[in-house]
Design a protein around this ligand. Structure first.
Ligand code: SF4
Ligand SMILES: [Zn+2]
Length: 151
C-alpha cells in the first residue's frame, strides 16, 4: 500500500465515498450473487479501518471491483467530486466503469431501504440532473459535448 493512498484515506470525504461505494456493492452483491460465497471485503481500505466494524460483505468478484474503485476514489483529481457515472474525465477502465454503472444503477435506488435515505435520494437527484444534462447536450449537438469535456 502506497503512502499516498494512506494519506488520501485520511480525508473524511474520501473515506465516506469509499465506504458508501462498498456498502452499495454489498447491496448489489447480496441480491445478484446470492448463490456465491460472500465475506467481509479484504482490501487496503479495509486494512486501514475505513469500513469500521461493519465491513461490507461481498463475493470475490465484487471485492476485486471495489479494490480497484478504492484506488480510483483515493486518487480522484476532481474536487468537488461528481458521481463517477457523470464525470467528464472518466478514469476507470471500460469494464470497471461498466460494472460500477450497473452496480450503482441497482443499488442506488435500493439503498434507501438499507438505511441510506440521504445518499439514496442524492443519487436519484444526481441521476435526474445527469439525464437532463445529457438531453441538453444532445439537443445542442456535438459542440456542446466537446465544450463540456474540455471543462
Ligand atoms: S471517474 Fe471521475 S469522479 Fe470518478 S474517480 Fe475518476 S476522475 Fe474521479
Ligand atoms: Zn458479488
Amino acid at each position: 500500500m502506497s503512502e499516498r493512498f494512506v494519506e488520501r484515506m485520511r480525508d473524511e470525504s474520501v473515506r465516506y465515498d469509499t465506504k458508501l461505494m462498498a456498502d452499495f456493492a454489498a447491496i448489489y452483491c447480496g441480491a445478484k450473487h446470492k448463490d456465491r460465497a460472500r465475506s467481509p471485503i479484504t482490501s487496503d481500505a479495509s486494512a486501514l479501518g475505513v469500513y469500521g466494524n461493519r465491513v461490507p460483505r461481498m463475493c470475490e468478484e465484487c471485492a476485486a471491483h471495489i479494490r480497484y474503485a478504492e484506488k480510483r476514489r483515493a486518487f480522484c483529481p476532481k474536487d468537488p467530486k461528481p458521481f463517477c457515472a457523470h464525470c467528464d474525465t472518466h478514469c476507470y477502465k471500460r469494464e470497471e466503469s461498466e460494472w460500477q454503472r450497473e452496480m450503482m444503477r441497482y443499488a442506488g435506488p435500493r439503498s434507501v431501504f438499507h438505511g441510506y435515505a440521504i445518499p439514496g435520494i442524492k443519487h436519484a437527484l444526481e441521476a435526474m440532473k445527469w439525464k437532463r444534462e445529457m438531453a441538453r447536450r444532445e439537443a445542442e449537438g456535438p459542440t456542446a459535448t466537446k465544450d463540456n469535456a474540455a471543462r
